[in-house]
Design a binder for this molecule. Structure first.
Ligand code: NAD
Length: 477
């Protein structure tokens, strides 16, 4: 059992202002794996005060020096990869191999992309031809509150901290109370990298406590939030009182549109993509739209693939999916699967209950619903578990209509060998990202959504810009 109650404030580990223990549960075993403390308003105030005091110095630090600090962070990160992977595996159930490669790998990938982008970024530049003496200064927004979820914890923390640090913002990180251990290791890495005291602060806590205190705090200039659309709405309302800048990365219900000329691996790839991280990804392709001529075959393939996905404890090596994060989420997924059955979606793989032989732990059966209509609950709700809804369509126009008929707009996927069609689809799908034929977007490209999936972009130069004000300076000759 790990006991880690302290917070990282002003370059030191400090005891919480009051005792408020929280047990972190290992979802593979349902046993407590750690005890942390949930912070209170006094802890939040101390962290914000430290960030405010450090702001003038950090803003005035030349960008090249700030970038050099992030390079030091990369060095520290490289020595702590295994610690991070072990922490994520016990606290949120990422299978250890996947935690090592994808979860830990994502963090280093983002930090390196920020460094590359920042080296080319013009923090100051002339306004343009019509006013040659005027200039634009990109200046830090100020004190940033960074609020992150548990599902890709290092991915989200590095996307925010890397960009904020390079932009000259100082920050208070509040990670999810479900996954605090990797965030505390990250704070140790920030300390080892040698960031000046107060530039980075970490306070553990929940949404009602530290989360709300940060979003309402008058000395916080910006909130960068990743999490559910429900919490994003609450945060926007709270931040409106002090007119903070609010950056939101929220939920999704991505469509994976498979045309009849798609490559032969498209269906299998789509099912495995959906199941990755046990279906707990905002950009999961959770609605598979399949053209009618290949629909029956696609359902048969999807069932075969889903039935072969093995489920097991996160600590075990080898290819499998783990449990979902906690009991609450397990129960919510069970209810949604049951609602899908009750509503008449055709259950062709998985279903409610735990997989055979896994009676303890928050394990969910890899589940497929076929013949789903886009108005049904399994096509509308972000289930956040290994559950796929398969929807038939006839024409390109119909596929676009179904794909766009959702409050979300994060990522959509297209599988076709007809590049003219792929091009038309990319332009008509209403989402921040469109990915084709199993290829990822290129390194450093912007991540973010439209509609109720959010309003900002993270990663590369777009991520850095989100933490910067644009100041126009003119009038001298
Ligand atoms: P959540 O919204 O419950 O919590 C996210 C974070 O917000 C946690 O740190 C939580 O303590 C905090 N929080 C909750 N309510 C708050 C409030 N009122 N004020 C301030 N802070 C508050 O989400 P979760 O369950 O941790 O994560 C899953 C959700 O995150 C899914 O909806 C998923 O789609 C979304 N997500 C989005 C992206 C993206 O980039 N778009 C990436 C990953 C996850």
């Amino acid at each position: 059992m790990i006991e880690k109650r302290d917070f990282y404030i002003n370059g030191q580990w400090v005891a919480p202002s009051q005792s408020n223990d929280f047990a972190v549960i290992d979802p593979s075993t349902e046993d407590a794996c750690a005890v942390i403390s949930l912070g209170a308003e006094a802890d939040t105030n101390a962290a914000v005060a430290a960030a405010k005091a450090a702001l003038p110095g950090w803003m005035a630090t030349p960008p090249a020096e700030r970038i050099a600090m992030v390079e030091k962070l990369v060095e520290a990160y490289q020595t702590r990869g295994e610690d991070l992977a072990q922490a994520m595996s016990v606290e949120m159930g990422a299978p250890i191999d996947m935690a090592r490669s994808q979860q830990v790998g994502a963090g280093i990938y983002h930090l390196k992309n920020f460094i590359r982008a920042a080296k080319k970024f013009q923090f100051e530049k002339p306004l343009g031809d019509h006013a040659p003496n005027d200039m634009i200064i990109h200046e830090a927004v100020g004190v940033a509150a960074l609020i992150t979820p548990w599902n890709w914890p290092m991915n989200q923390i590095t996307l925010k901290v890397g960009a904020a640090a390079i932009s000259g913002c100082t920050m208070v990180l509040k990670p999810s109370e479900q996954s605090p251990l990797n965030a505390m290791i990250f704070a140790e890495m920030m300390d080892e990298a040698g960031f000046p005291p107060g530039v980075f602060n970490l306070v553990n806590g929940d949404g009602v406590g530290v989360g709300s205190a940060l979003t309402a705090h008058p000395d916080v200039d910006m909130v960068s939030f990743t999490g559910s659309t429900r919490a994003g709405t609450a945060i926007s309302k709270s931040a409106a009182e002090t007119l903070k800048k609010v950056h939101l990365e929220l939920g999704g219900k991505g469509a994976n549109v498979i045309f009849d000329d798609a490559d032969e691996k498209a269906v299998k790839r789509g099912v495995l993509h959906m199941m990755n991280n046990t279906g707990q990804s905002c950009n999961a392709p959770s609605r598979m739209l399949v053209q009618r001529g290949i629909y029956d075959q696609a359902v048969a393939t999807a069932v075969e693939v889903a039935n072969k996905v093995s489920v097991g404890p996160a600590s075990e090596e080898g290819r499998h999916i783990g449990p979902v994060v906690n009991e609450l989420q397990w129960g919510k997924i069970q209810d949604l699967i049951q609602a899908g059955i009750d509503e008449g979606s055709k259950l062709v793989a998985g279903g409610t209950g735990r997989p055979d032989g896994l009676n303890k732990g928050f394990y969910v059966k890899p589940t497929i619903f076929a013949d789903v209509n886009n108005q049904m609950v399994v096509a509308r709700e972000e289930i956040f578990g290994p559950v796929l809804a398969m929807i038939p369509f006839d024409t390109e126009e119909e596929a676009i209509e179904i794909a766009n008929d959702t409050p979300y707009g994060l990522t959509n996927y297209v599988q076709t060998q007809d590049m003219a069609r792929a091009n038309r689809m990319a332009r008509q799908l209403r989402s921040g990202m469109v990915e084709m034929n199993g290829q990822s977007r290129s390194a450093g490209s912007p991540f973010g959504g439209m509609k109720q999936s959010g309003n900002g972009r993270e990663g590369g130069s777009w991520g850095i810009e989100d933490f910067l004000e644009v100041k126009a300076v003119g009038g001298w000759t």
